[in-house]
Design a protein around this ligand. Structure first.
Ligand SMILES: Cc1cc2nc3c(=O)[nH]c(=O)nc-3n(C[C@H](O)[C@H](O)[C@H](O)COP(=O)(O)OP(=O)(O)OC[C@H]3O[C@@H](n4cnc5c(N)ncnc54)[C@H](O)[C@@H]3O)c2cc1C
Length: 401
């Protein structure tokens, strides 16, 4: 097996391209968007995923581009400060964990691979025949030994090889929307949060960023909407957040002008198998843990490393499934629990949460409390022992030099 097609050029796709190339495979990546997609929120790299980016030689660049957030401040509906929290604790980060903008990480991964991997933008797979012949929306058909679906939670590769999304999607009962807004609050490496029952709004600005990102989450029954109709999605967000206090009305007014609008249900993908015939899934396509897990990016990075390593060392897709399954399950289990802390259902629970945040620095057994917050995610993030697939005999990419 030599010739591999990857569908999707986000974190899972670019990271898989890197490792496959490094193991000597010929790699083509097809991405539906006209270029590498910027945008998205800040994402965390934790535990085993840190070892993966270290082995890619990216650690220094990632640290240099990290968000460097200082603090998260909670405001009530009238704009009064009610509690502040250290940003790392707020994000569940411990030790070496690092936070970076999704778009910045993807740019780094793309830069590392673009000289050695063929990227085809503005196209999509339409079918995969049993003999590996792939047809595209625009390009001529081509034959590949293996197709890697790294095309996200709504993967087309998965639909073609495994059937409709509804068979694998587990809706957690929430929606999330993220976009860039003007930094009218003058935030400097600070996150401002306002929570109302069933609805949460955050806005933050990272280092060297004169703009801000707004993120809205709310509990909801499944909504019917067109995935390509951004204006209709903006309407749904605005309706869901209507009547919320603090700066939310002003933030919603800016959403209308946002060009990098992200909107999705908080949904996980659960599958018994991630491979079938000549197709294998990596990242959100196979095991989306949802933004609520805080581990989607780390799962994609680790999945890419293990998939390429197993393919290169004879374990094949069976080895990939075997090595990764428990790690995926541990991280997916975080989603349903975390989301309840991100969008608080009742006024009483909100009051209790803010009270705890205020008291935390003064409580006896503070470290135990912190472990309660960050411990589960830290344990899940480390729930795999990475094999050392990348021996020193492997060629390095030209952009490593
Ligand atoms: C623009 C964007 C913003 C995001 N923002 C956040 C965020 O703020 N917070 C968060 O937790 N997660 C966010 N995510 C999801 C997060 O990136 C993933 O959970 C995680 O990094 C795993 O990535 P992935 O590569 O498996 O999937 P994704 O990051 O979803 O990437 C899938 C890629 O496949 C491409 N694609 C889709 N369909 C096709 C097709 N038919 N043919 C070819 N290519 C296709 C997409 O354009 C995309 O580049 C975002 C994803 C994107 C694309």
């Amino acid at each position: 097996m030599r010739n591999i097609l990857i569908s999707g050029a986000s974190i899972a796709g670019t990271a898989t391209a890197y490792w496959l190339r490094r193991h000597g495979f010929d790699v083509t990546v097809v991405e539906r968007a006209p270029a590498i997609r910027e945008g998205g929120y800040k994402v965390d790299i934790r535990g085993a995923a840190l070892r993966v980016v270290e082995r890619m030689g990216l650690m220094d660049a990632i640290r240099a581009a990290s968000t460097d957030m200082r603090v998260a401040t909670h405001y009530d509906a009238r704009g009064r400060k009610v509690a502040t929290m250290d940003a790392d604790l707020f994000g569940g980060r411990t030790g070496d964990d690092v936070e970076i903008m999704r778009g910045d990480l993807n740019e780094l991964l793309y830069d590392l691979t673009r000289h050695d991997v063929e990227y085809v933008f503005g196209d999509s797979i339409t079918d995969i025949a049993d003999d590996g012949t792939v047809t595209f929306e625009r390009s001529a058909p081509r034959r590949f030994d293996l197709v890697v679906g790294a095309d996200g939670a709504h993967s087309v590769t998965r639909r073609i090889a495994f059937g409709e999304e509804s068979r694998y999607a587990r809706d957690l009962g929430y929606y999330i929307s993220i976009c860039t807004v003007p930094n009218t609050l003058g935030l400097d490496r600070e996150e401002a949060v306002h929570a109302a029952p069933g609805r949460t709004a955050n806005v933050y600005s990272t280092r060297q960023d004169t703009r801000a990102k707004a993120c809205f989450m709310w509990s909801s029954e499944p909504l019917a909407y067109d995935h390509r109709d951004t204006e209709a999605q903006k309407d749904l967000l605005i309706k869901a957040m209507e009547g919320t206090g603090w700066e939310v009305p002003a933030l919603l007014a800016s959403v209308r002008d946002a060009e990098d609008f992200y909107f999705d249900s908080v949904t996980q993908i659960h599958m018994d198998r991630w491979s079938k015939g000549r197709v294998v899934l990596v990242g959100d396509a196979g095991y989306c843990a949802s933004p609520a897990s805080g581990q989607g990016t780390s799962l994609a990075l680790v999945g890419a490393y293990v998939l390429a390593g197993e393919l290169a060392t004879g374990g094949g897709t069976e080895g990939y499934e075997r090595e990764l399954r428990a790690f995926v399950e541990a991280n997916q289990a975080l989603g349903p629990a975390n989301v309840k802390g991100m969008v608080i259902a009742s006024r009483a629970a909100l009051w209790f949460q803010l009270r705890m945040i205020k008291l935390l620095p003064h409580l006896p057994g503070r470290d135990r409390m912190i472990d309660k917050v960050a411990g589960p995610i830290h344990r899940a993030a480390n729930a795999i022992v990475l094999k050392d697939y990348a021996g020193s005999s492997l060629p390095t990419l030209s952009s490593d030099e």
